[in-house]
Design a protein around this ligand. Sequence first.
Ligand SMILES: [Zn+2]
Length: 445
Amino acid sequence: MNDTPILDAYQGDLLDLAAEPGCGVDDPAVRFRPDGWLLVRDGRIAEVRDADAPPDARWRRHDWRGHLLLPGFIDTHVHAPQLDVIASYGTELLDWLQRYTFPAEARWADPAHAQRSARRFVRELLAHGTTAAMVFPTVHRAGVDALFEAAAGHDMALIGGRVLMDRNCPDALRDDAAAAERDSVDLIERWHGHGRLRYALTPRFAATSSDAQLAMCGALLRAHAAHHGGLYLQTHLAENRAEVDWIRALHPDARSYLDVYARAGLVGPRSVFAHAIWLDAADRAQLAAAGSAVAFSPSSNLFLGSGLFDWASTAAAGVAISVASDVGGGTSLCQLRSAADAYKVLALQGQHLSAWRALYAITRGAARALRLEHDIGHFDPGAAADFVVWSWAADALQRHRGALARSLHERVFAWLTLADQRNLAAVHVAGRRIALDAPLPADAD
Ligand SMILES: [Zn+2]
């Protein structure tokens, strides 16, 4: 970087959260600055100012008045190869894996296919307003490289790791123990702490990893505890009743599904468990005590008929909750759609998710769950300038509904519920605007 700082000033309706909001619709954590100024110096947020305090002439101005500026969304659970099977008909989890997902993942054995797919996936994340994510690629080492390379090309904060499966899966995707460990060690050395990239041990779930493979993950977590803050662990937990029954049959001596992971040393402060629907109070207390996080994936849970996540009990236990897309079980990469589905899942249980809590769960709260709150999820000075410009209305109905709102919460709640990627106007990662109209890889492979 040369000595002359790059100074950009973005003016628009700035909205972020200073802390975790409570349940109410009026909350002191909400920071809304109509026509405010977001000042970005060399890719980081320097300052946020009100409309009446414009910066001086050194700052290059970007006029987004009449638009909403939000921190980039964070997706804490999503599968890169599953864009090929999003919106696939007629199955629950275990059949869905066999019929749709495993064949799509097997195609990543071809490194050229994996590279095209990874580039398309990262571009689609950005095109839906998601600037950071925790991602499952596949069991293929070259696919992990392709995913990290695609993210590094945009300087994105991305967490991922080679998927591990050594039983109960097709031969083409099954690990041998030595290769799985060697690949994981090599990939950790190559990618963990490379720019904004971090590595996650990624056993798919307890049915497809032997006890020995889970123990290998635990050993690597311990061995790298001081390596760039430690490795992450991502896996699935208690998504579907047939899955839970299967885990019980495979592990009759375990107290619960979570206990299978706990015995391997996988329940820790950098562990993110997708779904966590079919838990009991002891499981939730264990997750909270360990500082582990849950990635609630409402679109997927509805689409695959998996169940209704109990937000109230999970939050009351003290577990960090983020909202994730879980594409391709989920049907949209747009985290606005995930938030709207989260509201509906809670409504079916007599619970209510305010716009502020929903926004928190896809921005600052997701960053906190990933131990990245120092870097992303908000407009605090010093944070990376990962932010997205949205239009308040992409069509006449959105405009009509927004105009009738009598409070900020009503306006933002209606926007969260009705808006989608059509509303997206511009995406910035580390202060650089992403060119979303650049050609994507060929679609036909
Ligand atoms: Zn998943």
